[in-house]
Write a protein that binds this ligand. Structure first.
Ligand code: HEM
Length: 113
């Protein structure tokens, strides 16, 4: 029988990627659709339907930092380089706590300058 603290921890854990692909919550759960984040679409969603950083009292403390960092890096990289999937590589999703490409995501990167 697990101790009460273990039970509390298990009850607190969830995998956001499960909810982000739930067939009852999203029209096309396996599609990356940026329009899901338009203000009109977001207004139709439950506030805890999309929670990449968790939610509630234990929400990720690095959330603002991670979002700022991602925007800075992506805006720089996308103006400097082009990214294409490596030929002959099939992307296959795998998930533990987070969803990720099995065996990594080899890319062909070329300078735009
Ligand atoms: C894209 C980047 C990141 C994602 C997707 C992410 C996601 C998450 C998630 C889902 C949780 C669990 C929240 C919950 O239990 O409800 C979490 C917790 C946490 N994250 Fe992040 N995180 C990211 C970056 C960071 C960074 C950059 C830091 C530190 C600088 C950080 C520090 C933490 C800490 C300390 C917790 C535990 C909070 C607590 O239990 O009170 N994370 N994160």
């Amino acid at each position: 029988m697990p101790s009460p603290s273990v039970i509390r921890r298990i009850r607190r854990r969830s995998w956001p990627w499960v909810m982000h692909r739930h067939r009852k919550l999203w029209a096309e759960p396996d599609l990356f659709n940026p329009e899901n984040f338009d203000p009109e679409a977001k207004a139709q969603h439950h506030r805890f339907q999309y929670i990449p950083f968790g939610a509630g009292p234990r929400v990720c403390i690095g959330m603002s930092f991670a979002q700022a960092e991602a925007l800075i890096l992506l805006s720089y990289w996308l103006t400097q380089f082009s990214f294409r999937p490596a030929p002959d590589h099939t992307v296959f999703p795998t998930a533990i706590a987070t969803l990720r490409p099995l065996g990594g995501m080899p890319l062909r990167v070329e300078s735009l300058r």
